[in-house]
Design a protein. Structure first.
Ligand code: ADP
Ligand code: MG
Length: 257
């Protein structure tokens, strides 16, 4: 059975896509069969996996509206070593079109059920809003991974997100749990970052992953080469952190039921 995780944070630019792409590549390196689902119409995870979003005949959009299945729409990321259910701008239309569908929040969940035995991990990259697309991500998943920057407003946004997860757990998906919080784009020279990081550990304890992803320019450069940072420069500090994160996640899961 595949473990399905959604990488979520209602803020934009906090490292969701970077985390999804690099975790997928790290898990692939560790020998795990991995599918990345791009649920953001911006298609950044698709491009960052080396798949040109402009040339796609079939995407996650077609899967959500029932025009094809996951196997038909998914592609190999040659650079990443995982498969991708890609997205492009067309996906923005799904938001409106799905409103008329039955069980519109569980379309992705149903579609993924068909490939459940083909993967060890499914990672879902979400857009920065609580849209029907994100709701599909939350309903399909067993767990949430929250990447966050250690800055002043981070804790405030976090309590909103934790409440959202509680509501989804209560109303839509009783399987959903918070797997953990990942500190990303971390700058240890900033006192504020150190303070917020310490507060996070106080409030969330074990839910804070031990791995900290530093701010690292190689991670930001990699997408323009169509490669995950983990592949683009495996020796960089950012890549090493994401590989360590993959290992930590697997280790953490071994303690869950
Ligand atoms: P989101 O998906 O949450 O909008 P992204 O993953 O696209 O966020 O990251 C936003 C920007 O920050 C991108 O330009 C990305 O390359 C850059 N970035 C993400 N993580 C890091 C990091 N650890 N170090 C440096 N730049 C990063
Ligand atoms: Mg993104």
């Amino acid at each position: 059975m595949a473990r399905i995780f959604v990488v979520a944070n209602q803020k934009g630019g906090v490292g969701k896509t970077t985390t999804t792409v690099n975790l997928a590549a790290a898990l692939a390196r560790l020998g795990k069969r991995t599918l990345l689902v791009d649920l953001d119409p911006q298609g950044n995870a698709t491009m960052g996996s080396g798949i040109d979003k402009r040339t796609l005949q079939r995407t996650v959009y077609h899967v959500l509206i029932g025009m094809c299945d996951v196997a038909e729409a998914s592609r190999v990321s040659e650079s990443g070593g995982y498969r991708v259910l890609p997205a492009n701008r067309e996906l923005a239309g799904a938001e409106v079109e799905l409103v008329d569908f039955d069980e519109r929040e569980t379309r992705l969940k149903s579609a993924l059920a068909a490939v459940d035995d083909q993967y060890d991990f499914v990672l879902i990259d979400c857009p920065p809003s609580l849209s029907l697309l994100t709701l599909n991500g939350f309903c399909a998943a067993h767990g949430v991974i929250i990447p966050m920057q250690c800055e002043y407003y981070a804790l405030e946004g976090l309590s909103d997100l934790v409440n959202t997860i509680k509501k989804i757990h209560a109303n839509f998906n009783t399987d959903l749990t918070l797997i953990g919080l990942l500190r990303v784009m971390f700058d240890p020279r900033m006192t504020l970052a150190q303070q917020v990081s310490a507060q996070l550990e106080q409030h969330f304890g074990d839910k804070v992953f031990k791995t900290i992803v530093p701010r690292n320019v190689r991670l930001a450069e990699a997408p323009s080469y169509g490669q995950p940072g983990v592949v683009f420069d495996p020796t960089s500090k950012g890549a090493k952190a994401y590989i360590q994160f993959g290992e930590e996640l697997i280790e953490r899961l071994s303690h869950l039921p």
